[in-house]
Design a protein around this ligand. Structure first.
Ligand SMILES: Cc1cc2nc3c(=O)[nH]c(=O)nc-3n(C[C@H](O)[C@H](O)[C@H](O)COP(=O)(O)OP(=O)(O)OC[C@H]3O[C@@H](n4cnc5c(N)ncnc54)[C@H](O)[C@@H]3O)c2cc1C
Ligand code: FES
Length: 261
């Protein structure tokens, strides 16, 4: 784990109230793996730093995808190119891709897309096929495939990924929840990875189709220290109390959710 003063190379609003932030952080970029996160100090706005997933790694840079929900994330969204962010990481265990898996199904709910880009890109680089079910409130809240070239010359989602969109209001893709689509894309999926709100995981635990399947979920929970000291992120699991920052944030779904299949 490294403590870094990371220069902001770029910051762009890519969806309403959601910002991509490119940071020079070679010490973190070289050791990060998908599903890990960094703790970000938000100026004087919050006493405690905030956990943010490593959305992607580009050489010496890490990229964060930040959705504004409160004072810390608002402060982050107001930072400018050339500013410095005080961060530490990479933290947590991250996702685990089975070397024998050929097809991966990723399920994102809202800002849950954040750690799944890095996972998708890593999986594709190692020859896996990836399908992403991407769910959001409306079309404008879905991470765009690309931005105008003057803003960013590259894709915002890996080119070879099969993206299936779902929106609550039907303004883009399937009208309904990301979880409604899971049964239709399970055939051939060797592993399932999900990141989203607790309601999404509750729906997944009730799905008979996911029974006895390897499903990894990333838990979003309020954190204090991020490094296993404060016990503020403790959750009850089938196997006793666990700390999301240290034992997670990624867990087997059947491990953490008591009524899971
Ligand atoms: C491992 C991990 C990775 C995360 N990755 C990302 C990411 O990549 N991008 C991103 O935008 N957010 C991510 N989050 C959520 C992010 O940490 C919170 O949104 C942030 O801490 C809120 O801080 P704030 O000061 O803006 O909001 P606050 O002012 O502290 O709170 C505003 C509202 O948000 C709720 N809230 C605060 N923290 C959380 C949380 N951790 N989970 C759910 N609700 C929360 C509060 O209950 C309150 O209703 C992640 C969380 C975890 C645990
Ligand atoms: S956030 Fe402090 S122990 Fe996990």
């Amino acid at each position: 784990m490294k403590q870094v003063k990371a220069p902001i190379k770029s910051i762009i609003e890519v969806m309403p109230e959601t910002y991509l932030i490119w940071l020079d952080a070679p010490e973190i970029a070289t050791s990060a793996s998908p599903g890990q996160f960094v703790m970000v100090r938000c100026g004087d706005e919050t006493i405690l730093p905030r956990p943010v997933s490593i959305h992607r790694v580009e050489g010496d840079r890490i990229v964060l995808l930040v959705n504004v929900v409160g004072k810390g994330t608002l402060w982050l969204s107001q930072q400018k190119k050339g500013g410095i962010l005080d961060i530490f990481g990479p933290l947590g265990n991250g996702f685990s891709i089975n070397p024998d898996a050929k097809n991966l199904l990723l399920v994102a709910g809202g800002i849950g897309i954040a750690p799944l880009y890095f996972l998708a890109e890593t999986a594709i680089t190692s020859g896996k096929k990836v399908t992403l079910i991407n769910g959001a409130r409306s079309g404008e809240c879905l991470l765009p495939v690309a931005l105008p070239q003057k803003l960013y010359d590259g894709g915002l989602l890996p080119a070879s990924i099969n993206v299936v969109n779902a929106t609550d209001d039907g303004s883009e893709g399937f009208k309904g929840l990301a979880t409604d689509l899971i049964p239709h894309y399970l055939a051939g999926a060797d592993q399932v990875f999900a990141c989203g709100p607790a309601a999404m995981y509750r729906a997944m635990t009730k799905m008979p189709e996911l029974k006895n399947r390897p499903v990894q979920v990333s838990m979003e929970i309020m954190m204090g220290c991020g490094v296993g000291v404060c016990y503020g992120c403790t959750i009850e699991t089938k196997h006793g109390l666990k700390q999301v920052c240290k034992d997670g944030p990624v867990f087997e779904m059947g491990f953490i959710l008591k009524d899971s299949p």
